[in-house]
Every structure is written in C-alpha cells, then in structure tokens.
Design a protein around this ligand. Structure first.
Ligand SMILES: *Cc1c(COP(=O)(O)O)cnc(C)c1O
Length: 486
C-alpha cells in the first residue's frame, strides 16, 4: 500500500489547484434564498489540493494496477470477457448518438429510433423470437422483466394456481433470485450425470402449479443440454412457460436459436456477447425477447415502424407490464451491439461462436492431462476443471487462481457453479489466439507442477502484485473503499 499513498494525498498543498475558474457572480444572498438550507455546504470538502499533472499521474498510475481485457487474457467463465472492437466505441461516440436527449421530439430522433427498431429485429432473428424490448439495463433486470411478463400472462388468463418456478441446480444465482423477487416459490431440479437436467426429476415436479422453468443452455457447466426440446415439452404440457437465460450467447450465435428449442421468453446480455466492455460493472443492457403470444405484455413504450416508414414509441399497449426503467434503454450499449452485429453479419456471428467453442475445447483438451475434468465431453464456450487430482498436496482452487496473477492472467471464475467442488470455470472466448491459449495452459500446467514440488509458493500467492493475499471475508464484510483525511 505504501506505493499508493504518497501519490496524491501527501502531495496536497494548501491552495494548489488544477482549475482556474472565474469568480462566482451569483451573490451569496441569492444562493442562500434559492437553495434550501439543508442542501447548503457548511464545510469545505476534504479533497486533496493538487495540480493537474498530479491528478493525471495519480489516476493513470492507478489504472495500470488493474487487469483489463485490453491488458491481458481474462478467462472469467460465464462473464464473456472478450475483446470488444474499438470501432463499436467509435460509432457509439458519434455526436448524433452520444449527445441525443430522451426528451427530444420524435421527428429529431428518427435515426436513433430506426437503430433501436432494427436492433430489435436483429435480436429477434438471432433468438428465434417475434418481439423484443430493449429497456432492461442488465441481465438480472432482463430476467426480472421476463418473469413479470410470464406472471402477467398467467394472471391475464386467470390462471392463479401457478406459484412455482423451476430452476436446475446448475442455474446462475440470478435465476432463483429473480423468481423469488417476483413472488414465486423456487423448485430446484438436479442435474444428471452428463450435466444436463434430470428428466425424471423434472417430470416429478412439473404440474399445473408451475409458472415457468428458467434455463441456461449451454448451462453454467458449459454443456449443451441435448434434451432441450423434451424439457420444453414437459413444461408446456403442464401449461408452464420456458424462460431462456441467454446472458451467455457466445456458443450458439447463428447456430442454434432459443426460439427453435421451444423457449417462450429470452434475455440477452449485450454487455457480454455483443461488444460492450463490462469489467468495470456497467452500463449494461439486457433486452428481452418473446414469442408472439407474449408480445402484448412487453414493457412500454416499444419502438415501432409505422406504415409511412417513420418510427415511433408505441405507448398504446393496455396489457403491458409497464415501464421497467427510466427513458428507453442504455442507448450507447445498443449502438455498440448494432454496430457489432452489422459489422460481423450473420456469417461473422456464426464464426465468432464456432471459434469460441473451438478455443474452449482446445484448452480443455490441453489441460485434461493436468487437472480433473468433471464432465469429460465436448464443451461449448466454457468448461470446468478442478484440482481434485492435486488434493494430496493441499492445494485449493483459490490458491491456483491467486498464483495465476503472478503469471499475468486474470483468474477464471472460481467456486461456481456450486454443484462442482472446487470449480474453476474457464471461458477463453473467440478473440484469443492459439499462442495466448497455449501460454495460459502452460502457466496452469506449471502451477500444477509447483503444487507438487513447492506447495507453499502456490498457497502464498500472489507474490508479484501490488497487493498480495487479502483476507477476502474481511474485505467483503468490512470494505474500506473511501479515503478520509486522517
Ligand atoms: C452474467 C449472467 C447473468 C446476470 O447478468 P447481469 O448483467 O450481471 O445482471 C445472468 N445469467 C447468467 C447465466 C450470466 O452469466
């Protein structure tokens, strides 16, 4: 930590500043009458007083302490940390898109509306769905929107018995959380030995109290459930609907479509699959697509093309679940997704998915000799390994993840999914070369060797990073994220 401290706070010198503003010409009395007293600042803020160069150096330096996909390989499973082409950023920054305001009248925003309408159509084609809303601001928000649509559908049919939502035990945590927030009871179904849904167990819980099944396919084990049409049929036969968590679409773009698998509702994470960087936590976008019979329940407004070729926001939707966010969407993310889809085209999207799957299988095959692979079958865009074969040396997944930092890699997702003990979930993505994948595999192989010969080296890692092993529980329970002047 010593390296951080002298950087900006100790450089502070009374009266030094990076800006020179004209003297405020609003009289003090005017401020006091206009601003309610509760909002008036009584004390100067405690900020470091530094020059522009001090501030620039401080933040530039801090930025180099972080690992990003632009600085290195980032195989964080389920998060699709792929490289996002800069051309999409450039387009989102065009002033016509970047400076548009949601209160502008429709005759001045036709271009933006057209982009939204065409993106809705593109996503519908990719998903095999009939209609889309672009409103939800993240994956979990999309799930919430989708489940509210399903709830509204059952309520509209006066089918009030449906209080349950089924989720497999391999589900992403947001699925049961969403269903619970929407007031449903969660019913968990176990996976079978191949990592898919156990059909017998599913049949046991499928009845007329089921509102929906929520499923990810490929699931969080990176496996495609080959029984998917049968699964959908089991739920449809009892009057339930089938929800597709399409946060990670990277394995199937242009190859398989949730709509064709039998799903009724789907959400996508544009910030995972469709070219928006998300390592810093946002902004995201989780559009939701539905089959025709659910379209009346979509959030309003929906962008619509009119008979004369112009575009409008359609509010005349009496069965709509209403708005799910302010204004229309995280628009900049939509521009990037549109630019990504249109620059790759159908063929390009398919190729991206094929390479994502190829890269994951290549890496899995190389690592298979050195780590335990719980589901030894062709994987999709990601796969799971564990250090079960190294157990006798006392090494754990957390140690291996930390040691990877010394080799310059962001660790994979660890201890998820929960149904695999000591899981490491690796998602290489299509944007990495065979050389990068090979070097990463070599690092993991070397760590396995270190565990056998010098386990303390691994157990005390990382050694080369600015901050070494943290008390993770302490850091999560009592986070210290704000600077205060001593
Ligand atoms: C990332 C992810 C989500 C949640 O997406 P957010 O945008 O983080 O809310 C949901 N399901 C799966 C399978 C995911 O990988």
């Amino acid at each position: 930590m010593k390296i951080l401290e002298p950087l900006i706070f100790d450089l502070s010198a009374e009266g030094r500043t990076a800006v020179s503003l004209p003297v405020c010409d609003v009289p003090k009395e005017a401020v006091e009458t206009l601003v309610p007293p509760a909002y008036l600042r009584v004390q100067e803020p405690e900020l470091p007083q530094v020059s522009e160069i001090d501030a620039v150096r401080h933040f530039t330096r801090l930025s180099t302490f972080n690992h990003g996909v632009d600085s290195g390989f980032y195989p964080l499973g389920s998060c699709t940390m792929k490289y996002n082409p800069k051309v999409n950023e450039a387009l989102a920054r065009l002033s016509g898109f970047a400076t548009i305001h949601p209160y502008q009248p429709e005759n001045l925003t036709q271009g933006a509306l057209q982009l939204m309408a065409e993106l809705q159509d593109d996503l519908a084609e990719i998903a095999g769905m009939d209609a889309f809303t672009l409103q939800p601001a993240a994956g979990a928000h999309g799930e919430m929107t989708g489940i509210l649509i399903i709830r509204a559908y059952h309520e509209h049919r006066k089918d009030s018995k449906r209080t349950k939502v089924i989720v497999p035990d391999s589900a992403h945590g947001t699925n049961p959380a969403t269903a619970a927030m929407a007031g449903f009871e969660i019913v968990q179904v176990p996976s079978n030995e191949r990592g898919g849904v156990n059909l017998e167990e599913l049949r046991k819980v499928a009845n007329d109290e089921v509102a929906a099944l929520m499923l990810t396919n490929p699931n969080t084990l990176g496996l495609f459930d080959e029984n998917i049409t049968e699964i959908a049929k089991i739920i449809h036969d009892v009057g339930g609907l089938v929800y597709y968590d399409g946060a990670n679409l990277n394995a199937i773009m242009g190859i398989a479509r949730p709509g064709d698998m039998g799903f009724d509702v789907v959400h996508f994470n544009l910030h995972k699959t469709f070219a928006t960087p998300h390592g810093g936590g946002g902004p995201g976008s989780g559009p939701v697509g539905v089959k025709e019979f659910l379209a009346p329940f979509l959030p309003k407004p929906v962008v619509k093309k009119q008979a004369d070729g112009t575009f409008t926001m359609d509010y005349e939707r009496p069965l709509s679940i209403g708005r799910v966010r302010s204004f229309y969407a995280n628009f900049g993310v939509l521009v990037k997704a549109y630019s990504y889809i249109r620059s790759l085209g159908g063929e390009g999207l398919r190729e991206a998915s094929e390479n994502a799957v190829l890269n994951a299988n290549f890496l899995m095959q190389v690592l298979k000799e050195h780590y335990y692979v719980p589901y030894d079958r062709v994987c999709m865009h990601e796969f799971i390994i564990t250090p079960k074969n190294l157990k006798e040396y006392g090494v754990h997944t957390l140690d291996i993840a930390k040691r990877l930092l010394d080799y310059g890699y962001h660790p994979p997702t660890i201890y998820f999914p929960l149904i695999v003990e000591e899981a490491m979930m690796i998602e290489p993505t299509e944007t990495e070369s065979v050389e990068t994948l090979t070097q990463f595999a070599e690092a993991l192989i070397k760590i396995a060797e270190e565990a056998r010969t010098d386990v303390e080296l691994v157990k005390n890692a990382p050694h080369t990073t600015l901050i070494t092993r943290l008390d993770e529980t302490g850091a999560a329970r009592h986070p210290n994220i704000r600077w205060r002047k001593a």
